[in-house]
Write a protein that binds this ligand. Structure first.
Ligand code: DAH
Length: 370
């Protein structure tokens, strides 16, 4: 029995002296592990006589329980001390100045798009959207492109390999396919809730979105943004088109006096078709709208072709409409005086810091600051 007492005293001293978790674990293994000292004593009970065992059993089991409790208490104390150390080491000084934060800005393209949407929304237009990945029907066929039209060819359009259904999808070359989506009533719901659904006229929508063409120079980029417009109702004529576009241009360029000129043009989806120019002054570094003796092409437009209405299930003898499409990035560069369209897409943070808009103080017609 004195052996047990000596062992307990000795283990107790060692446990109290253990200074880290590894040392404590080594002590636990040496005492209570498979071949530990206390485990050895427990095993020896088997070879004792019943009388001896009656006395030694409770003594050895008691020793094991007390040593286990000491080990647990020491472990808790060591863990708490370690946590205290970590808390002291990892203390944060809240009085230190915060690291500088990079400030973002509203990209000029988004700013321009927001301004366009705000102006047309004020005139009663809804915003409609469609997918960037289109099929031949929406991008070309329903818009009255003849089968061999050059715009379908590879040099203009980014085509995908044919899908499992044999359909050759493409990146839309303009936002005009959303006209078709907004007019054509189908039994299949659109693939996503934000995609425009066909409805009965009257229709008055604008379609802001990304468009893609294989083109790159100072005034063309492979991805750019367009705003498309479509109005369908009874008795719509070119006078409505002209008033809508002139009102838009004078609001957009924030000038009362805009002189426009409609030049005959060709688009498969409109008849008659026109390009609209605005009077401008190009003599200085910046193009000035509303003065001077030059003309600047701004957008394409026209009366919706009867074939397009028919493709969408609308009777051209009852309904007429006009449509227009314009490049957002290009109008942004003109309004804000940027010399090269490609800068809009370069992601140069110095350029963005210079031309970007504050999210709060942007001169937006909707915010009343124009
Ligand atoms: N889709 C034409 C383009 O990308 C722009 C356009 C012209 C759209 C006339 C129209 C329109 O809706 O009527 O060049």
């Amino acid at each position: 029995m004195t052996d047990l007492l000596a062992l307990e005293t000795d283990l107790g001293a060692q446990i109290a002296a253990a200074s880290d978790a590894n040392g404590l674990e080594a002590l636990r293994v040496a005492a209570l592990g498979k071949s530990g000292s206390i485990s050895g004593l427990l095993k020896s009970l088997g070879s004792m006589s019943p009388d001896e065992r009656r006395e030694a059993g409770p003594a050895i089991n008691g020793l094991r329980d007390r040593v286990a409790a000491q080990l647990a208490a020491r472990k808790a104390a060591l863990d708490a001390a370690e946590l205290d150390l970590r808390l002291a080491a990892e203390r944060v000084d809240l009085s230190l100045p915060a690291p500088p934060r990079r400030k973002g800005s509203v990209h000029p393209t988004m700013q321009t798009m927001d301004e366009m949407v705000a102006i047309f929304a004020e005139m009663g237009f809804d915003v409609a959207e469609g997918p960037d990945i289109e099929d031949d029907f929406h991008n070309f066929t329903a818009l009255n492109f003849p089968p061999k039209h050059p715009a379908r060819e590879m040099h203009d359009t980014f085509f995908f390999n044919p899908g499992p259904d044999g359909e050759r999808r493409l990146l839309r070359t303009h936002t005009s396919p959303v006209q078709v989506r907004a007019m054509q009533k189908t039994n299949t719901p659109p693939a996503a809730p934000w995609i425009a659904q066909g409805r009965e006229p009257p229709i008055r929508i604008i379609v802001p979105g990304r468009t893609y063409r294989k083109d790159s120079d100072q005034t063309h980029t492979p991805m750019f943004h367009q705003v498309e417009g479509l109005v369908i109702d009874k008795g719509i004529h070119m006078g409505h088109l002209k008033w809508t576009l002139e009102t838009f241009i004078s609001r957009f360029f924030e000038t009362g006096a805009v002189t426009t000129r409609f030049r005959p043009h060709h688009f498969p989806f409109t008849e008659p078709s026109a390009e609209m120019d605005v009077q401008c002054d190009r003599s200085g570094a910046e193009v000035k709208i509303g003065e001077g003796s030059d003309w600047l092409e701004i957008l394409g437009c026209g009366m919706v072709h009867p074939n397009v209405l028919r493709s969408c299930g609308i009777d051209p003898d009852i309904y007429q409409g006009f449509a227009f499409g314009m490049g957002v990035d290009r109008l942004g560069t003109l309004k804000y005086g940027m010399p090269d369209l490609r800068d809009m897409f370069a992601g140069d943070t110095r350029w963005l810091a210079h031309y970007g808009f504050s999210a709060f103080a942007a001169p937006n017609p909707a915010s009343g600051l124009s």
